[in-house]
Structure formats: C-alpha cells, structure tokens
Design a protein around this ligand. Structure first.
Ligand code: UDP
Length: 411
C-alpha cells in the first residue's frame, strides 16, 4: 500500500564544480561508515510542492554515497487529504482546527500506513505532519526515527499544535528550518537545517537567455516587453492576488509590463483548484496576465525559463515554510522580491541579495526601482547567487543529513 517512488540516478561527483571539492570530500568521508544503511523517507505525495522537489534529488544522492535509501508515499484518500490540508493551514496559523471526526480520520490513516510499513530500517524519516503519528504507532519498525518539518510552525493554531504534539514530541531527532519553528515541548534532539535546491535539475540548470526567452514566447509572453513572475502553488498564503495587485500598480508607470503566475497543482491539495479559479477571476481577463499551471504543460524547464527570463521574480508569500522557489529564482541571478516571512529572510538579505517587503505597495515600489536601475538588479542577482551557492544547494543539505545519521549510528 505504501507506494515506492522511482527517483532515477544522480552522481555526487557531478556537483564538484558547483559546490567545491572540500564539501564533496567531506560528504564522502561522512558516508563511509554509513554504507549499506537502510533508510526510508515517508511523505504524503510524490508530486507538487517542496517536499517532493527535495526528495527527487536527495534520495538518489543518498544512494550514490552508499546508503540503501528508499522513498515511499503513504496511502490516503480525499477525506485524509482534506483533513491534512486543514491541519497544514492550522499549523501555519489558520483559525480553524480539525473536527473530532477529521482528527479521527488522520489517526485512522496513520494506523493503516503504520501497519503497512515494512520493518528493519536503520532510519525512518517522516516528512511533515501527514504521516507524523507513525513513530508513536510502530516505533519498533526502525532503529532511528526522524521527523522533518517543512512548514512554518512559528504561530500555530494552539488547539491544533496541542493535539499534534504528543505525536511529534518524542521523535529522537527532529529537523526544522529555523529556531522560530520549533514548538515548545519537543523532547528529542532538535536540529536547525534549512533545505536546498538541486542546481543540476532541469529546473535549475543553466539555460541560455535565448532558450529561456524562446520557451516563454511559446506561452504567449511578449519577450520584448518586461515580465514580472511568481512561481508557486495556488494557495492563499502565496498571495497570488497580492502579486496581481502589485502588477497593477507597476503597470501604471510601466504600461508594457506583463505578469506570469506559474503554479503547479498538487495531488494532495483539494483547495488548489478553487483558489486557482479565484486567481483567474482577480485577473479580470487582462491579456498581459498569464496564469499557467502544470496542466498547461508547464514543467520544470518552463519554470526555469520563466525564472531565468523574468525581469523581476516575486514570492509575495504571507506565510512560507522555506520557499524553494526563492533560492530557485536567486540561483538564476535574477532580481528577487519576497515577502518578509518564514524562510524567505533566511535566503534573502534585504537590499543586498534581493528585497524583502510586507505589503503590495512596497512590492510595487521595489519592482519599479529594479526596473529603473538595471545595474541594481544585476548586483542583487549576482550577490544572491553566491549566497545560494554557499548555503542552499543540495550537497550541503546531504551533508547535514549524513551528520545526523552518524549521530544516530553512534547513539
Ligand atoms: N513548482 C513547480 N511548478 C509550479 C509551481 C511550483 O515545479 O508551477 C515547484 C517550485 O519550483 C518549487 C516547489 O514546487 O520547487 C515549491 O516549493 P516551495 O518550497 O516554494 O513551496 P511549497 O509548495 O512547498 O509550499
């Protein structure tokens, strides 16, 4: 019932020229005593959103350094994903907690998945709250357990976090992006480890300006006119409506401006389609607003092209666990403007490697500044790219995991 995910093959050595030999050697040394360890990652979906994005890179690299690593997706039906989406929103601060029945649904599916999980793992890594109850239910199935939280738990709905806490508090190891996200009452070893992007995937590999323009042109973008872009799921926290409002202010000064909102729809996100339709309605038929999703054939290369071609890349989130799209955009050395929330300030130093904003007006003001001063945009982009190289590429993330696995091995 737990579905194994095929991730393909990756080779750590290919990253040497991007990340430097020192880091690659350090990874190999850490991995040596871990060779043959049986590691399983469990997540709610293999498609859409940041978690799956990360695992498609991390899992093959863990294999490449000698671990017997697998990724399995838990079983769930609509009733489960409706409950977990609500839980996700509540944990990020939404006022509505799950009903008693929804909590029961969450637990029942966790019990089902716990029964199905094979035993004998050295490490079981549970991603996010959806399968979080597994450790409590079947601790004997793995020697080491780790809960990886990908969301912003800094101001959770109190009722929801209190209900979840008994299930997550006792994980021997837990990982969070920032110290602000660690809920009070965690009893195990807490690590602060932000995620990272893969510089060699089709989404992030170097794309020539001509190729990027060509791809954007295919989606109806006029490549001779300026473009603002946001890439993210259609979700209220990502604030695509605020991006449209920003564009409208910018367009008063730059009438040729265009906007692309590129958003994939995740299979575990039943609300996504409603909000997608709300976003289309907010655009009021403006032909310079392009709203695209993965059902229009917008895949990784297209995301790369939009991020590489845009004059300004925006991530105007009002809550953001980390925001892989932030590092993705900055890695392309584009001028970036993001909401000053969650994981975004980790990746962007205001005025140095991009801009941080808290409302539509500031977002529009910064966009205009960048448009009027190309040298400023270039400088932000160049510095930003080096910041991402130093902190947010997958080999660094792999190293951090291996360090934790070594700790588990020695404990
Ligand atoms: N993404 C994509 N296509 C889209 C929209 C998003 O491939 O149309 C990817 C995006 O490039 C990023 C991930 O989905 O790699 C989203 O991760 P992030 O951490 O930004 O946000 P999450 O969706 O996990 O909240």
């Amino acid at each position: 019932m737990l579905q194994p995910v095929a991730t393909g093959h990756k080779t750590l050595a290919d990253y040497t020229h991007i990340c430097g030999r020192g880091l690659i050697d350090e990874i190999r040394e850490l991995a040596e005593p871990l060779k043959g360890s049986r590691v399983v990652h469990l997540s709610a979906t293999a498609f859409g959103g940041g978690v799956s994005e990360i695992l498609y890179t991390l899992v093959p690299l863990m294999r490449d350094v000698g671990l017997e690593c697998e990724w399995q997706v838990i079983y769930g039906r609509e009733e489960f994903f409706n409950a977990t989406k609500l839980m996700h929103n509540a944990l990020q601060g939404a006022p509505q907690d799950l009903t008693e029945e929804q909590w029961e649904t969450w637990r029942r599916y966790n019990e089902m998945n716990a029964r199905e999980l094979a035993g004998g793992w050295d490490v079981c890594l549970i991603h996010d709250p959806q399968p979080a109850a597994l450790y409590k239910l079947v601790p004997e199935k793995a020697a080491g357990w780790l809960w990886r939280c990908h969301i912003d738990l800094s101001t959770p709905n109190q009722q929801t976090i209190e209900r979840l806490l008994p299930y997550i508090a006792d994980y021997p190891q837990a990982l969070f992006h920032t110290p602000d996200y660690v809920p009070a009452g965690m009893n195990g070893h807490v690590h602060i480890v932000p995620p990272a992007i893969d510089p060699l995937t089709p989404k992030n590999m170097a794309l020539s300006p001509e190729d990027a323009s060509y791809v954007c042109g295919q989606f109806g973008i006029d490549i001779d006119r300026p473009l603002m872009c946001q890439v993210s799921r259609f979700d209220p926290w990502k604030d695509p409506l605020g991006v449209i409002d920003t564009y409208r202010i910018v367009k008063e000064s730059i009438s040729t401006m265009q906007l692309a909102l590129v958003g994939s729809m995740a299979s575990d996100d039943p609300e996504g389609w409603d909000f997608f339709n709300a976003t289309i309605a907010h655009a009021e038929g403006d032909p310079d607003i392009h709203i695209l999703n993965n059902f229009n054939n917008v895949g990784a290369i297209e995301v790369n092209a939009f991020q590489s071609h845009a004059d300004v890349v925006i991530q105007k989130s009002t809550r953001e666990g980390f925001g892989l799209t932030v590092s993705e955009a900055i890695w392309k050395a584009r001028p970036f403007i993001g909401g000053n929330v969650g994981g975004i300030p980790l990746q962007v130093e205001d005025g140095v490697t991009g801009f941080l904003v808290s409302n539509v007006e500031d977002c529009a003001k910064r966009t205009l500044e960048i448009m009027e001063d190309p040298a400023l945009g270039k400088m932000l982009g160049r510095r930003g790219k080096e910041h991402v190289r130093a902190h947010f590429l997958t080999p660094r993330y792999l190293r951090d995991y291996l360090r934790i696995f070594r700790e588990l091995q020695q404990s």
